[in-house]
Design a protein around this ligand. Structure first.
Ligand code: DSN
Length: 393
């Protein structure tokens, strides 16, 4: 590389990634093939539109690429192309969620989403996000005692709020989501159901987490978390006709992504997504996904054994929240102390937190990245020991 300044920064970041223990629940390490596709000549191409209907010439190859990525996405989750459509153009998770809301809920309408402070995501209608400004959120949360989703309470909220769209999934919820109950709720109030599987998409692909597809109208995911691809997103939608309209859900979503929100798709990212989707369909990925969950369970258990309170008492996924404030350490201090010891986590609000987001009561811990590095249960025990020593000092 001629640009030595940037080359040095790349080298420094590579060294940092190689020497730190990455416990950030939304991060992972992609393969060299994913990196190669991401850094390929596809970055040079503009391709506004969809395969076979572009606004720029020279797109025969990008058409093949986008069709292949879509085919791989449907195949990975065993979806019948006659029943499901997929859009592989979203730049990342936030624009993908914005696109779904924009497609399916009139501005000013109501969406029901998990409160950010309870484990949800900004783009599920939280007030600080544009999704909370264009739409009205009916927030739901977890039970104070169990710290698990309170489905009875949710049904009451849904009946009162009558949202157009219910969103299941979040960014800091460690338990299996009961998609069947969400479906029932959506049917009861005549809402559509969006399942945001960004965090657990790789676990679903690897059979380590229940599939949301039998229950959802729309499933979206980022591709860079447990799915181990580049930073991008995809939206799957059921080929359901919209009453009193010539359009179906996929038509609305495609129009919302382009021209609604985005311009030209990032063909290099789509190429890298396609590579990751193929990697995730290999038998080795199934083993990886199972190991991710075993590692998270072991790490949570080992920390618990050393006296740390784990929100909801454990995990069914790749992540969990640890209440550090219970032992007098704010999440900010905990994450800083761990970083000094070479362990990278993020500070995180815990349900019913009395502290502020910039210095909340806990930290979020995830095992997707360290499992890619080859760590197993015995390493989790050592890691718990080191975390405990660092935080107990
Ligand atoms: N920021 C991501 C996470 O860490 O979960 C979600 O967008």
């Amino acid at each position: 590389m001629k640009d030595k300044e940037i080359q040095n920064l790349i080298k420094a970041e590579k060294r940092r990634q190689e020497t730190a223990v990455d416990l950030i629940a939304s991060e992972n390490f992609v393969s060299n093939d994913v990196l190669e596709a991401l850094g390929s000549v596809f970055t040079n191409k503009y391709a506004e539109g969809y395969p076979g209907a572009r606004y720029y010439g020279g797109n025969a190859v990008v058409d093949d690429l986008e069709r292949l990525a879509g085919k791989r996405a449907l195949k990975l989750y065993r979806l019948d192309p006659k029943k499901w459509s997929v859009n592989v153009q979203p730049y990342s998770g936030s624009p993908a969620n914005l696109a779904v809301l924009h497609a399916l809920v009139p501005v000013g309408g109501k969406v029901m989403g998990m409160d950010l402070n309870m484990g949800g995501h900004l783009t599920h209608g939280y007030r600080a996000s544009v999704t909370g400004k264009l739409w009205r959120q009916a927030p739901y949360g977890v039970d104070k005692k169990t710290e698990c989703i309170d489905y009875g309470g949710l049904m009451k909220i849904a009946k009162k709020a009558k949202p157009k769209l219910i969103i299941a999934g979040g960014s800091a919820y460690s338990r299996v989501v009961d998609f069947k109950k969400f479906r029932k709720m959506a049917d009861t109030v005549d809402a559509l159901l969006l399942i945001d599987m960004s965090h657990f998409a790789g676990l679903v692909a690897g059979g380590a987490y229940p599939s949301p597809f039998p229950y959802a109208d729309v499933v979206m995911t980022t591709t860079h978390k447990t799915l181990r691809g580049p930073r991008a997103a995809i939206i799957f939608s059921r080929r359901t006709a919209i009453p009193h309209s010539k359009l179906s859900i996929p038509d609305l979503i495609d129009r919302s992504v382009f021209p609604g929100l985005q311009g030209g798709p990032h063909a290099n990212a789509i190429a890298a997504v396609a590579v990751a989707l193929k990697e995730a369909s290999a038998p080795a990925f199934k083993k990886y996904a199972q190991q991710v969950v075993r590692n998270a369970r072991t790490l949570a258990f080992e920390l618990q054994k050393r006296g740390w309170r784990i929100v909801s008492g454990g995990t069914d996924t790749h992540l969990f929240l640890m209440d550090t404030w219970e032992r007098g350490i704010g999440g900010k201090e905990a994450s800083e102390r761990l970083e000094k010891a070479g362990i990278i986590v993020n500070k995180n609000m815990i349900p019913y937190d009395t502290r502020k987001p910039s210095d909340p009561s806990g930290i979020r811990i995830g095992t997707a990245a360290v499992t890619t590095r080859g760590l197993k249960e015995k390493d989790m025990r050592r890691l718990a020991e080191r975390m405990d020593k660092t935080l107990s000092r």
